[in-house]
Design a protein around this ligand. Structure first.
Ligand SMILES: Cc1cc2nc3c(=O)[nH]c(=O)nc-3n(C[C@H](O)[C@H](O)[C@H](O)COP(=O)(O)OP(=O)(O)OC[C@H]3O[C@@H](n4cnc5c(N)ncnc54)[C@H](O)[C@@H]3O)c2cc1C
Length: 374
Protein backbone atom coordinates (compact mmCIF):
# COMPACT_ATOMS: atom_id res chain seq x y z
CA UNK A 1 0.00 0.00 0.00
CA UNK A 2 1.52 3.35 -1.04
CA UNK A 3 -0.34 5.78 1.12
CA UNK A 4 -3.77 6.51 2.49
CA UNK A 5 -6.08 9.28 1.33
CA UNK A 6 -9.45 10.45 2.54
CA UNK A 7 -10.81 10.83 -0.99
CA UNK A 8 -9.65 9.40 -4.33
CA UNK A 9 -11.03 10.76 -7.59
CA UNK A 10 -10.76 8.65 -10.73
CA UNK A 11 -10.74 10.94 -13.79
CA UNK A 12 -8.99 14.29 -14.21
CA UNK A 13 -11.61 16.09 -16.35
CA UNK A 14 -13.65 19.01 -15.06
CA UNK A 15 -16.01 16.72 -13.09
CA UNK A 16 -13.11 15.04 -11.30
CA UNK A 17 -11.41 18.39 -10.68
CA UNK A 18 -14.63 19.81 -9.26
CA UNK A 19 -14.98 16.81 -6.94
CA UNK A 20 -11.33 17.16 -5.90
CA UNK A 21 -11.75 20.87 -5.15
CA UNK A 22 -14.94 20.49 -3.12
CA UNK A 23 -13.54 17.54 -1.13
CA UNK A 24 -10.32 19.49 -0.44
CA UNK A 25 -12.36 22.54 0.61
CA UNK A 26 -14.02 20.29 3.17
CA UNK A 27 -10.62 19.52 4.62
CA UNK A 28 -10.04 16.10 3.07
CA UNK A 29 -6.74 14.75 1.80
CA UNK A 30 -7.36 14.14 -1.90
CA UNK A 31 -5.70 12.19 -4.70
CA UNK A 32 -6.71 12.24 -8.39
CA UNK A 33 -5.94 9.54 -10.97
CA UNK A 34 -5.97 10.26 -14.69
CA UNK A 35 -5.18 7.64 -17.29
CA UNK A 36 -3.80 10.02 -19.94
CA UNK A 37 -0.70 12.21 -19.62
CA UNK A 38 -2.78 15.41 -19.91
CA UNK A 39 -6.56 15.76 -19.79
CA UNK A 40 -7.83 15.20 -23.32
CA UNK A 41 -11.50 14.30 -22.91
CA UNK A 42 -14.60 16.49 -23.26
CA UNK A 43 -13.09 19.00 -20.83
CA UNK A 44 -10.51 20.24 -23.35
CA UNK A 45 -12.76 19.85 -26.40
CA UNK A 46 -15.62 22.14 -25.48
CA UNK A 47 -16.52 25.78 -26.14
CA UNK A 48 -15.41 27.00 -22.71
CA UNK A 49 -18.85 28.45 -22.17
CA UNK A 50 -20.12 28.68 -18.61
CA UNK A 51 -23.77 28.81 -19.59
CA UNK A 52 -26.31 29.23 -16.73
CA UNK A 53 -28.89 30.61 -19.18
CA UNK A 54 -29.29 27.07 -20.60
CA UNK A 55 -30.45 25.65 -17.27
CA UNK A 56 -34.14 25.49 -16.38
CA UNK A 57 -35.46 27.80 -13.65
CA UNK A 58 -35.06 27.13 -9.96
CA UNK A 59 -32.76 24.38 -8.71
CA UNK A 60 -30.62 23.78 -11.81
CA UNK A 61 -30.29 27.49 -12.59
CA UNK A 62 -29.25 28.05 -8.97
CA UNK A 63 -26.65 25.28 -9.17
CA UNK A 64 -25.32 26.79 -12.41
CA UNK A 65 -25.06 30.20 -10.80
CA UNK A 66 -23.31 28.72 -7.77
CA UNK A 67 -20.88 27.08 -10.20
CA UNK A 68 -20.40 30.43 -11.87
CA UNK A 69 -19.39 31.93 -8.51
CA UNK A 70 -16.78 29.20 -8.13
CA UNK A 71 -15.37 29.99 -11.59
CA UNK A 72 -15.17 33.66 -10.63
CA UNK A 73 -13.42 32.64 -7.41
CA UNK A 74 -10.83 30.76 -9.48
CA UNK A 75 -10.39 33.84 -11.65
CA UNK A 76 -9.97 36.11 -8.62
CA UNK A 77 -7.44 33.69 -7.13
CA UNK A 78 -5.38 33.96 -10.33
CA UNK A 79 -5.80 30.27 -11.14
CA UNK A 80 -6.93 31.07 -14.71
CA UNK A 81 -8.55 33.79 -16.83
CA UNK A 82 -12.32 33.90 -16.48
CA UNK A 83 -14.10 36.42 -18.72
CA UNK A 84 -17.54 37.63 -17.62
CA UNK A 85 -18.70 37.98 -21.23
CA UNK A 86 -22.45 37.29 -21.08
CA UNK A 87 -24.36 35.84 -24.02
CA UNK A 88 -26.71 36.88 -26.79
CA UNK A 89 -29.41 34.64 -28.25
CA UNK A 90 -30.26 35.86 -31.73
CA UNK A 91 -33.67 35.81 -33.40
CA UNK A 92 -33.69 35.83 -37.19
CA UNK A 93 -37.23 34.35 -37.33
CA UNK A 94 -40.54 35.47 -35.81
CA UNK A 95 -40.99 32.24 -33.84
CA UNK A 96 -37.51 32.60 -32.32
CA UNK A 97 -38.38 36.13 -31.22
CA UNK A 98 -41.64 34.84 -29.77
CA UNK A 99 -39.88 32.13 -27.74
CA UNK A 100 -37.39 34.67 -26.40
CA UNK A 101 -40.23 37.05 -25.50
CA UNK A 102 -42.07 34.28 -23.62
CA UNK A 103 -38.88 33.26 -21.85
CA UNK A 104 -38.09 36.80 -20.69
CA UNK A 105 -41.72 37.30 -19.58
CA UNK A 106 -41.36 34.39 -17.12
CA UNK A 107 -38.74 36.46 -15.25
CA UNK A 108 -36.97 33.35 -14.04
CA UNK A 109 -33.53 34.20 -15.45
CA UNK A 110 -31.46 37.38 -15.48
CA UNK A 111 -32.14 38.13 -19.15
CA UNK A 112 -33.59 40.96 -21.25
CA UNK A 113 -34.67 41.48 -24.83
CA UNK A 114 -32.47 43.81 -26.85
CA UNK A 115 -32.86 45.45 -30.25
CA UNK A 116 -30.81 44.65 -33.37
CA UNK A 117 -28.92 47.94 -32.90
CA UNK A 118 -27.99 47.05 -29.30
CA UNK A 119 -26.94 43.56 -30.37
CA UNK A 120 -24.60 44.92 -33.02
CA UNK A 121 -23.19 47.35 -30.49
CA UNK A 122 -22.40 44.50 -28.10
CA UNK A 123 -20.91 42.18 -30.73
CA UNK A 124 -19.25 42.90 -34.03
CA UNK A 125 -19.63 39.21 -34.91
CA UNK A 126 -23.38 39.35 -35.43
CA UNK A 127 -24.86 39.35 -38.93
CA UNK A 128 -27.44 42.19 -38.89
CA UNK A 129 -29.15 40.92 -42.05
CA UNK A 130 -32.68 39.79 -41.18
CA UNK A 131 -31.99 40.21 -37.46
CA UNK A 132 -35.24 40.79 -35.54
CA UNK A 133 -33.77 41.14 -32.06
CA UNK A 134 -32.32 39.01 -29.35
CA UNK A 135 -31.89 38.26 -25.68
CA UNK A 136 -28.95 39.36 -23.58
CA UNK A 137 -27.94 37.61 -20.39
CA UNK A 138 -24.94 38.66 -18.33
CA UNK A 139 -24.44 35.43 -16.37
CA UNK A 140 -22.29 33.62 -18.95
CA UNK A 141 -18.51 33.30 -18.64
CA UNK A 142 -15.70 32.33 -21.01
CA UNK A 143 -12.70 30.19 -20.10
CA UNK A 144 -10.10 28.67 -22.39
CA UNK A 145 -11.00 24.98 -22.51
CA UNK A 146 -7.57 24.00 -23.79
CA UNK A 147 -5.81 25.23 -20.68
CA UNK A 148 -8.48 25.42 -17.96
CA UNK A 149 -8.10 21.87 -16.60
CA UNK A 150 -4.31 22.11 -16.39
CA UNK A 151 -4.48 25.52 -14.69
CA UNK A 152 -7.03 24.23 -12.15
CA UNK A 153 -4.90 21.14 -11.53
CA UNK A 154 -1.86 23.29 -10.74
CA UNK A 155 -3.90 25.52 -8.44
CA UNK A 156 -5.40 22.57 -6.55
CA UNK A 157 -1.96 21.03 -6.11
CA UNK A 158 -0.51 24.30 -4.83
CA UNK A 159 -3.38 25.59 -2.71
CA UNK A 160 -4.81 22.33 -1.30
CA UNK A 161 -1.91 19.89 -1.81
CA UNK A 162 -4.15 17.69 -3.96
CA UNK A 163 -2.01 14.85 -5.36
CA UNK A 164 -2.28 14.07 -9.07
CA UNK A 165 -1.21 10.86 -10.77
CA UNK A 166 -1.32 11.09 -14.54
CA UNK A 167 -0.75 8.13 -16.87
CA UNK A 168 -2.40 6.03 -14.19
CA UNK A 169 -5.32 3.93 -15.38
CA UNK A 170 -7.34 2.51 -12.51
CA UNK A 171 -8.36 -0.94 -13.66
CA UNK A 172 -10.34 -2.14 -10.66
CA UNK A 173 -11.71 -1.07 -7.32
CA UNK A 174 -12.22 -3.47 -4.45
CA UNK A 175 -13.60 -2.03 -1.23
CA UNK A 176 -11.32 0.90 -0.39
CA UNK A 177 -8.53 -0.32 -2.64
CA UNK A 178 -7.74 0.67 -6.21
CA UNK A 179 -5.46 -1.18 -8.58
CA UNK A 180 -3.69 0.64 -11.41
CA UNK A 181 -2.52 -0.81 -14.73
CA UNK A 182 1.10 -0.66 -13.55
CA UNK A 183 0.11 -2.90 -10.64
CA UNK A 184 0.25 -0.28 -7.92
CA UNK A 185 -2.32 -0.41 -5.15
CA UNK A 186 -3.86 2.66 -3.59
CA UNK A 187 -6.20 3.11 -0.69
CA UNK A 188 -8.77 5.79 0.11
CA UNK A 189 -11.69 6.20 2.50
CA UNK A 190 -13.97 7.39 -0.30
CA UNK A 191 -13.55 6.72 -4.03
CA UNK A 192 -15.45 8.80 -6.60
CA UNK A 193 -15.45 7.67 -10.20
CA UNK A 194 -15.60 10.59 -12.65
CA UNK A 195 -14.68 8.69 -15.80
CA UNK A 196 -16.50 10.90 -18.31
CA UNK A 197 -17.42 8.98 -21.45
CA UNK A 198 -15.49 5.86 -20.37
CA UNK A 199 -18.32 3.65 -19.21
CA UNK A 200 -16.49 0.37 -19.85
CA UNK A 201 -13.44 0.20 -17.59
CA UNK A 202 -14.95 0.44 -14.10
CA UNK A 203 -18.39 -0.84 -13.11
CA UNK A 204 -19.60 -1.39 -16.71
CA UNK A 205 -22.53 -3.44 -15.37
CA UNK A 206 -23.75 -0.41 -13.37
CA UNK A 207 -23.30 1.97 -16.30
CA UNK A 208 -25.18 -0.46 -18.56
CA UNK A 209 -28.23 0.01 -16.32
CA UNK A 210 -27.77 3.76 -15.80
CA UNK A 211 -29.60 5.04 -18.93
CA UNK A 212 -26.52 7.13 -19.76
CA UNK A 213 -26.04 7.66 -23.49
CA UNK A 214 -22.97 8.88 -25.33
CA UNK A 215 -23.20 11.95 -27.55
CA UNK A 216 -20.67 13.06 -30.17
CA UNK A 217 -20.25 16.72 -31.14
CA UNK A 218 -18.30 18.14 -34.09
CA UNK A 219 -16.53 21.45 -33.57
CA UNK A 220 -14.55 24.00 -35.60
CA UNK A 221 -12.13 26.82 -34.86
CA UNK A 222 -11.60 29.74 -37.24
CA UNK A 223 -8.34 31.54 -37.83
CA UNK A 224 -7.90 34.82 -35.92
CA UNK A 225 -10.14 37.58 -37.23
CA UNK A 226 -8.54 40.81 -38.38
CA UNK A 227 -10.53 43.32 -36.33
CA UNK A 228 -9.15 44.36 -32.95
CA UNK A 229 -11.32 42.87 -30.24
CA UNK A 230 -13.08 44.66 -27.44
CA UNK A 231 -12.90 42.79 -24.11
CA UNK A 232 -15.58 40.35 -22.99
CA UNK A 233 -17.33 39.97 -26.33
CA UNK A 234 -20.51 37.92 -25.60
CA UNK A 235 -21.00 34.30 -26.67
CA UNK A 236 -23.45 34.05 -29.55
CA UNK A 237 -26.26 31.48 -29.80
CA UNK A 238 -28.50 31.21 -32.85
CA UNK A 239 -32.27 30.65 -32.66
CA UNK A 240 -31.60 26.96 -33.41
CA UNK A 241 -30.18 26.54 -29.89
CA UNK A 242 -33.62 27.24 -28.41
CA UNK A 243 -34.49 23.64 -29.42
CA UNK A 244 -31.56 22.30 -27.44
CA UNK A 245 -31.37 23.96 -24.02
CA UNK A 246 -34.06 22.79 -21.64
CA UNK A 247 -34.44 26.26 -20.10
CA UNK A 248 -36.68 27.13 -23.07
CA UNK A 249 -39.01 24.12 -22.69
CA UNK A 250 -41.39 26.31 -20.69
CA UNK A 251 -42.11 28.52 -23.75
CA UNK A 252 -45.41 27.71 -25.49
CA UNK A 253 -44.09 28.77 -28.94
CA UNK A 254 -41.14 26.39 -28.82
CA UNK A 255 -43.18 23.58 -30.40
CA UNK A 256 -44.02 25.79 -33.37
CA UNK A 257 -40.34 26.67 -33.81
CA UNK A 258 -39.32 23.00 -33.62
CA UNK A 259 -41.98 22.04 -36.17
CA UNK A 260 -40.80 24.73 -38.60
CA UNK A 261 -37.23 23.48 -38.45
CA UNK A 262 -38.31 19.86 -38.79
CA UNK A 263 -40.26 20.87 -41.93
CA UNK A 264 -37.77 23.30 -43.48
CA UNK A 265 -34.46 21.72 -42.58
CA UNK A 266 -34.79 18.12 -41.33
CA UNK A 267 -31.03 17.69 -41.89
CA UNK A 268 -30.45 19.95 -38.85
CA UNK A 269 -32.52 17.66 -36.62
CA UNK A 270 -30.89 14.56 -38.10
CA UNK A 271 -27.44 15.69 -36.89
CA UNK A 272 -28.61 17.80 -33.93
CA UNK A 273 -27.11 20.96 -35.43
CA UNK A 274 -27.64 24.15 -33.44
CA UNK A 275 -25.03 26.81 -33.83
CA UNK A 276 -23.01 28.87 -31.37
CA UNK A 277 -19.88 30.99 -31.60
CA UNK A 278 -17.39 32.28 -29.07
CA UNK A 279 -14.55 34.61 -29.93
CA UNK A 280 -11.37 34.45 -27.86
CA UNK A 281 -8.94 37.28 -27.20
CA UNK A 282 -6.62 35.69 -29.82
CA UNK A 283 -9.30 36.64 -32.37
CA UNK A 284 -10.06 32.98 -33.12
CA UNK A 285 -13.66 31.86 -32.94
CA UNK A 286 -14.78 28.46 -31.66
CA UNK A 287 -17.79 27.34 -33.71
CA UNK A 288 -20.18 24.43 -33.30
CA UNK A 289 -21.94 22.13 -32.86
CA UNK A 290 -23.79 18.90 -33.72
CA UNK A 291 -25.18 16.02 -31.68
CA UNK A 292 -25.09 12.35 -32.69
CA UNK A 293 -26.13 9.77 -30.13
CA UNK A 294 -25.41 6.12 -29.25
CA UNK A 295 -24.95 3.82 -32.20
CA UNK A 296 -24.87 6.75 -34.67
CA UNK A 297 -21.47 7.70 -33.24
CA UNK A 298 -18.68 6.94 -35.68
CA UNK A 299 -14.94 7.52 -35.19
CA UNK A 300 -15.02 9.48 -38.47
CA UNK A 301 -16.26 13.05 -38.72
CA UNK A 302 -18.78 14.04 -41.38
CA UNK A 303 -17.94 16.86 -43.80
CA UNK A 304 -21.70 17.22 -44.31
CA UNK A 305 -22.07 18.26 -40.67
CA UNK A 306 -19.26 20.84 -40.91
CA UNK A 307 -20.91 22.29 -44.02
CA UNK A 308 -24.31 22.46 -42.33
CA UNK A 309 -22.82 24.23 -39.32
CA UNK A 310 -21.04 26.77 -41.52
CA UNK A 311 -24.21 27.28 -43.59
CA UNK A 312 -26.22 28.07 -40.45
CA UNK A 313 -23.43 30.10 -38.84
CA UNK A 314 -23.18 32.34 -41.90
CA UNK A 315 -26.84 33.28 -41.41
CA UNK A 316 -26.17 34.60 -37.92
CA UNK A 317 -22.55 35.77 -37.70
CA UNK A 318 -20.01 37.49 -39.92
CA UNK A 319 -16.33 36.62 -39.97
CA UNK A 320 -13.71 38.51 -41.95
CA UNK A 321 -12.06 35.18 -42.66
CA UNK A 322 -13.98 31.90 -42.60
CA UNK A 323 -10.82 29.80 -42.92
CA UNK A 324 -11.15 26.91 -40.51
CA UNK A 325 -7.97 26.31 -38.58
CA UNK A 326 -8.96 23.20 -36.66
CA UNK A 327 -11.70 20.57 -36.58
CA UNK A 328 -12.29 18.05 -33.84
CA UNK A 329 -15.00 16.11 -32.08
CA UNK A 330 -15.75 15.42 -28.47
CA UNK A 331 -17.88 12.83 -26.72
CA UNK A 332 -19.76 13.17 -23.47
CA UNK A 333 -22.05 10.93 -21.46
CA UNK A 334 -25.51 12.27 -20.76
CA UNK A 335 -28.43 11.16 -18.64
CA UNK A 336 -31.88 11.80 -20.16
CA UNK A 337 -33.29 13.40 -16.99
CA UNK A 338 -30.52 14.12 -14.49
CA UNK A 339 -27.82 16.83 -14.52
CA UNK A 340 -25.36 14.15 -13.40
CA UNK A 341 -25.69 10.41 -12.77
CA UNK A 342 -24.83 9.65 -9.14
CA UNK A 343 -24.80 6.12 -7.80
CA UNK A 344 -23.40 4.82 -4.53
CA UNK A 345 -21.97 1.41 -5.35
CA UNK A 346 -21.31 0.81 -1.65
CA UNK A 347 -20.29 2.91 1.37
CA UNK A 348 -16.87 3.68 -0.12
CA UNK A 349 -17.44 3.96 -3.86
CA UNK A 350 -19.65 6.33 -5.89
CA UNK A 351 -20.16 7.02 -9.58
CA UNK A 352 -20.44 10.69 -10.55
CA UNK A 353 -20.69 10.83 -14.32
CA UNK A 354 -22.78 12.20 -17.18
CA UNK A 355 -22.94 15.98 -17.04
CA UNK A 356 -23.87 16.00 -20.75
CA UNK A 357 -23.40 19.30 -22.57
CA UNK A 358 -23.21 21.31 -19.37
CA UNK A 359 -20.23 19.91 -17.48
CA UNK A 360 -18.24 23.14 -17.56
CA UNK A 361 -21.31 25.02 -16.38
CA UNK A 362 -22.52 22.66 -13.67
CA UNK A 363 -19.61 20.65 -12.27
CA UNK A 364 -18.54 22.94 -9.43
CA UNK A 365 -22.12 23.51 -8.28
CA UNK A 366 -23.00 19.82 -8.50
CA UNK A 367 -19.88 18.72 -6.62
CA UNK A 368 -20.50 21.39 -4.00
CA UNK A 369 -24.05 20.08 -3.52
CA UNK A 370 -22.75 16.49 -3.32
CA UNK A 371 -20.45 17.37 -0.41
CA UNK A 372 -22.97 19.65 1.32
CA UNK A 373 -25.66 16.96 1.20
CA UNK A 374 -23.44 14.44 3.06
C1 LIG B 1 -17.62 19.44 -28.09
C2 LIG B 1 -18.15 19.72 -26.72
C3 LIG B 1 -18.56 21.02 -26.39
C4 LIG B 1 -19.03 21.29 -25.09
N1 LIG B 1 -19.26 22.58 -24.73
C5 LIG B 1 -19.55 22.86 -23.43
C6 LIG B 1 -19.63 24.18 -22.98
O1 LIG B 1 -19.32 25.12 -23.69
N2 LIG B 1 -20.07 24.42 -21.69
C7 LIG B 1 -20.34 23.39 -20.84
O2 LIG B 1 -20.77 23.65 -19.73
N3 LIG B 1 -20.15 22.10 -21.21
C8 LIG B 1 -19.77 21.81 -22.48
N4 LIG B 1 -19.58 20.52 -22.87
C9 LIG B 1 -19.76 19.46 -21.89
C10 LIG B 1 -18.54 19.29 -20.99
O3 LIG B 1 -17.36 19.44 -21.75
C11 LIG B 1 -18.59 17.90 -20.32
O4 LIG B 1 -19.82 17.75 -19.63
C12 LIG B 1 -17.46 17.74 -19.32
O5 LIG B 1 -16.23 18.10 -19.88
C13 LIG B 1 -17.40 16.31 -18.82
O6 LIG B 1 -16.31 16.26 -17.94
P1 LIG B 1 -15.79 14.87 -17.36
O7 LIG B 1 -14.76 15.18 -16.38
O8 LIG B 1 -16.97 14.04 -16.95
O9 LIG B 1 -15.24 14.12 -18.66
P2 LIG B 1 -13.79 14.14 -19.34
O10 LIG B 1 -13.33 15.51 -19.59
O11 LIG B 1 -13.91 13.25 -20.52
O12 LIG B 1 -12.85 13.51 -18.25
C14 LIG B 1 -12.94 12.19 -17.82
C15 LIG B 1 -11.52 11.74 -17.54
O13 LIG B 1 -11.51 10.48 -16.86
C16 LIG B 1 -10.38 9.77 -17.30
N5 LIG B 1 -10.62 8.35 -16.96
C17 LIG B 1 -11.67 7.60 -17.34
N6 LIG B 1 -11.58 6.36 -16.80
C18 LIG B 1 -10.45 6.36 -16.06
C19 LIG B 1 -9.81 5.34 -15.26
N7 LIG B 1 -10.33 4.12 -15.10
N8 LIG B 1 -8.64 5.66 -14.65
C20 LIG B 1 -8.08 6.89 -14.78
N9 LIG B 1 -8.65 7.88 -15.53
C21 LIG B 1 -9.82 7.61 -16.15
C22 LIG B 1 -10.33 10.07 -18.78
O14 LIG B 1 -9.04 9.86 -19.34
C23 LIG B 1 -10.74 11.53 -18.83
O15 LIG B 1 -9.63 12.43 -18.83
C24 LIG B 1 -19.14 20.23 -24.16
C25 LIG B 1 -18.76 18.93 -24.51
C26 LIG B 1 -18.25 18.67 -25.77
C27 LIG B 1 -17.81 17.28 -26.10
Amino acid sequence: MDTDYDVAIIGGGIVGLAQAWMAARNGYKVIVFEKTSVAEGATVRNFGMIWPIGQPAEELYQIANRSREFWLELGDAGALDVEPCGSIHLAHNEDEMQVLQEFVNQQTHAAELISPAEICQRSSLVNPEGLLGGMYSDTELRVDPRTAAERIRRWLAEKFSVQFHFETLITSVDGNEMLSSNNQRWNAGKIIICSGSDLNTLYPEHFAKSNLVLCKLQMLRSVAQAKPLPENIPHIASGLTLRHYTSFNCCPSLEMLKNRIARQAPELDKFGVHVMASQFSSGEVILGDSHEYGENISPFDKIEIDELMIRELKKVIRLNDWTIKEKWHGIYAKHPDLPVYEEDINESVSLFVGTGGAGMTMSFGLANKYWNDR
